[in-house]
Design a protein around this ligand. Structure first.
Ligand code: PLP
Length: 366
């Protein structure tokens, strides 16, 4: 049996340090905000090459609060990828704005820059790229385009902790970068967590205020905010795990290299990485026109696998009102039918992949 991702093994590897951090936070007497949160925010700002980091409750809140901090609201259009986890779109809808989907170019999983150009209208306010599967979007091209059209850039970096574009870490290319620390992410807490990073002090202050009931001074409310904060126990856990992030991403890279080098089956399309991108392999995603056969083969052999994602946002019931019918976004629809994520994670030994590779290389249309 090869698990898709072994979160318990990740905990076990750092158990002593994690337990110590949780105890320290528990015994500190600070249960909201305080030194553990501040320390992690400082560490993560530094890691992401950004000036400010503000912890929030989860990744969806990070995206939503980022948009609110830029005054994005009713009537505004936000350009989003057609192929993404639905949270990207939900954040746009949560502030009353309209998600305008743009397809990936064929062969890539990230938003197409030429497609963004065509989707810009007088109502566009934000471009929202997603660094899907841990492969960064072309931030230099996207930021140049945004500057030319006076648009904001909000990055969904929920799958990209540690990835780089032309040597620069994801974290401050766009105006705001939203992070999730959901347990399964490359940097995952022992529960929910999230953050934004930015180089803009005003944006950082506003996100912190909005996530704290719209208040900077207790019981003085400047805006109708929400309660969305990173809690100190999770911050203490994340500070421990951040120290291991590069090493754990490196182990993911070894697994991805093994797949890249040794998968050899014309029924499988392997991921493509632009030469300027340093991915962190949140997921290793292949495509097959025979996905059902592939799924059955893997299940029968005890090999973990998942689909990211089986239904594109525009075909979800939640987005029926947009009126984007089947066939309207063919690349996202094709990907939803063909993608499959193989076992990947820092606790997966690349040497144990031989049986997986053999099965995948033998799998055929029959
Ligand atoms: C996980 C994820 C989110 C949402 O993060 P949560 O912490 O689960 O709210 C948003 N976007 C992408 C691309 C994700 O993978």
């Amino acid at each position: 049996m090869i698990p898709f991702l072994d979160l318990k093994a990740a905990y076990d590897e750092l158990a002593d340090e994690l337990d110590h951090a949780v105890l320290r936070a528990s015994r500190s007497g600070w249960y909201i905000g305080g030194p553990e949160v501040e320390a992690f925010e400082n560490d993560y700002a530094e890691y992401t090459d950004s000036k400010y980091c503000v912890g929030v409750g989860n990744g969806l809140d990070a995206l939503t609060l980022a948009l609110r901090a830029l005054d994005v609201g009713a009537g505004d259009e936000v350009i989003v990828p057609s192929h993404t986890f639905i949270a990207t779109w939900l954040a746009v809808s949560a502030v009353g704005a309209i998600p305008v989907p743009v397809e990936p170019p064929s062969g890539s999983y990230n938003i197409d820059v030429e497609g963004i150009k065509k989707a810009i209208t007088g109502k566009t306010k934000v471009i929202m790229p997603v660094h899907l599967y841990g492969i960064p979007a072309d931030m230099d091209a996207i930021c140049a385009l945004a500057k030319q059209h006076k648009l904001y850039v909000v990055e969904d970096a929920a799958q990209a902790h540690g990835s780089k574009v032309r040597g620069k870490p994801i974290g401050s290319h766009g105006d705001v970068v939203a992070w999730s620390f959901y347990p399964g992410k490359n940097l995952g807490a022992l529960g929910d967590g999230g953050a934004i990073t930015t180089n803009d002090e005003a944006i950082a202050k506003r996100v912190r205020m909005l996530g704290n009931y719209g208040s900077e001074v207790k019981y003085h409310n400047l805006e109708q905010g929400v309660n969305s904060r990173l809690d100190p126990i999770q911050a203490a856990v994340l500070a421990v795990k951040l120290k291991y992030l590069d090493a754990w991403n490196e182990r993911r890279r070894v697994i991805a290299d093994t797949y890249n080098d040794q998968l050899n089956n014309s029924n499988l399309t392997l991921p493509r990485v632009p030469e300027w991108a340093e991915p962190v392999w949140h997921l290793y995603v292949v495509r097959s026109r025979q996905r059902e056969t592939l799924q059955k083969t893997l299940t029968a052999s005890g090999i973990g696998h998942l689909i990211h994602y089986p239904i594109p946002p525009h075909l979800q019931k939640a987005y029926q009102k947009l009126g984007l019918k089947q066939g309207s976004l063919p690349v996202a629809e094709q990907y939803a039918n063909e993608v499959l994520s193989l076992p990947m994670g820092p606790q997966l030994d690349a040497n144990l992949l031989q049986p997986v590779l053999e099965i995948l290389n033998r799998f055929n249309l029959g």
